[in-house]
Ligand binder design. Structure first.
Ligand code: ASP
Ligand code: MG
Length: 421
């Protein structure tokens, strides 16, 4: 038996027309069975749920966000179903549950755990709506809760998946269902041993799709997006982007590492381990083939341009004019590991060591607190990190002439520069 996974992100279900298009894609390009559909929260729902939770924690009026969210989903439902449909009761019930969780079930001093209990709601509601709508369109399907299959530890907001356990459950319980219908489930969500819901990190639905594919030994995964596939740069920043028709797993993983937000960074590994191809295709032009990522080496010619915004450049120097030693370096690196700070670029010189990292105020303050006794620390804020892979000299110069450079790195394969924002 061969299985396929389709993943639909928030933009692909952002309104009623979009949901109709998803049903169309499933009918045209999917099948009536052996297909598992992973769906994200509708539009910008995850951001709205984050605001709702924050309002609640800060004792502000959370009702406004709550009502807006309810209205948004209700409007979509009204455009998809007739007035007497069962979905209205389901929707009411879900929103009551959300309110009940907020008021009675979350722990006031445990933000991260509460986050998962509230923010997970977006995927639950979108997958319910999609499942009902597909049934309405005579596409038989079963709605399942991802938290019962994707098993994680209790690292709230970034659940670590227990793959062997997950694989066992998915194989045993989902394969029989897939024999005669398709499955609709949530991206982004997992569940603990104690049946509490966890989330897998923002934009984690791609990763969910990849986990299901791994566990089912699927034939392929298709991520349906609002872009034609994987482009060599963000079209919002660079004119004349080009589409990669093929990429290797390594190339795709490398792009996510440098900050391309085309697919979630964790998506590639499970697929590469089982040699499952990943297709990135457009839900706007579904008949086009998009990008195929697999184990084949591709002959990439077009340079990849990646901007990673919102960075800070920290420069550490030893106070008494001494040189930077291995001991100093390991102290700095150890602090970064300890505080879970990701290093996006580093460079050392005789007297200083620089690290470019995501600008998260809290974390940066902590880093400085830990290290300021031993080092003089300079912070360069409002910078971004630009990476160009497989550059050609002429175009590179044209591209960077617009920016003010703070720190530069170059090898024959890549060029990286920290520039002012
Ligand atoms: N809805 C979640 C988010 O916006 C997960 C996802 O879209 O992949 O982060
Ligand atoms: Mg999303």
């Amino acid at each position: 038996m061969t299985y396929k996974i389709f993943k639909f992100g928030g933009a692909s279900v952002k309104d009623a027309e979009a949901v109709k298009n998803v049903a169309h894609i499933i009918r045209e390009f999917g099948s009536q069975n052996n297909l598992l559909v992973v769906v994200s929260a509708m539009g910008k729902t995850t951001n709205a749920l984050e605001r709702l939770l924050n309002d609640f924690f800060e004792q502000k009026d959370w009702q406004i966000e709550y009502e807006t969210l309810k209205k948004y989903h209700l409007e979509i439902v009204e455009r998809l179903f007739s007035k007497d449909h069962l979905i209205y009761t389901a929707l009411d019930y879900l929103f009551l549950q959300l309110k009940d969780t907020l008021l009675n079930k979350i722990k006031p001093n445990q933000y991260d755990e509460s986050y998962d209990q509230i923010v997970s709601f977006g995927e639950v509601v979108s997958s319910q709506i999609l499942s009902y709508y597909l049934k309405e369109q005579k596409i038989d399907n079963e709605w399942i809760e991802a938290k019962d299959y994707i098993k994680t530890d209790t690292t709230w907001r970034e659940g670590k998946v227990d793959l062997p356990w997950t694989e066992n459950l998915v194989k045993r319980e989902l394969k029989p269902i897939l024999q005669d219908k398709l499955i609709v489930t949530q991206g982004f969500l997992g569940g603990t041993l104690g049946h509490k819901v966890t989330t897998l990190g923002r934009e984690g639905s791609d990763y969910s799709a990849s986990i299901f594919a791994y566990c089912l030994d699927a034939e392929s995964v298709t991520i349906w997006k609002d872009v034609p596939g994987i482009l060599n740069a963000d079209p919002k920043k660079i004119p004349d982007t080009q589409l990669y028709t093929t990429l290797s797993y390594t190339e795709a993983a490398e792009m996510t590492f440098y900050g391309a937000n085309v697919i979630h960074p964790k998506t590639i590994k499970p697929l590469a381990n089982k040699n499952i191809p990943l297709y990135v295709r457009s839900f706007v032009e579904p008949s086009k083939s998009g990008t195929c990522i697999d184990g084949e080496a591709s002959q990439r010619q077009t340079p990849t341009i990646i901007f990673k915004p919102n960075q800070v450049l920290l420069t550490f120097s030893v106070k008494d004019l001494a040189f930077i030693t291995e001991e100093n370096l390991s102290k700095i690196l150890h602090t970064f590991t300890q505080l879970n700070c990701k290093i996006n670029l580093m460079q050392s010189s005789a007297v200083s060591f620089s690290i470019c990292t995501d600008y998260q105020t809290h974390r940066i303050e902590k880093v400085c607190e830990f290290l300021e006794e031993e080092f003089a620390i300079k912070q360069e804020k409002s910078v971004q990190l630009l990476t160009v892979l497989y550059y050609d000299e002429q175009n590179l110069q044209k591209l960077i002439s617009n920016y003010q450079k703070v720190l530069e790195q170059k090898t024959p394969q890549y060029y990286r520069v920290v520039v002012s924002e």
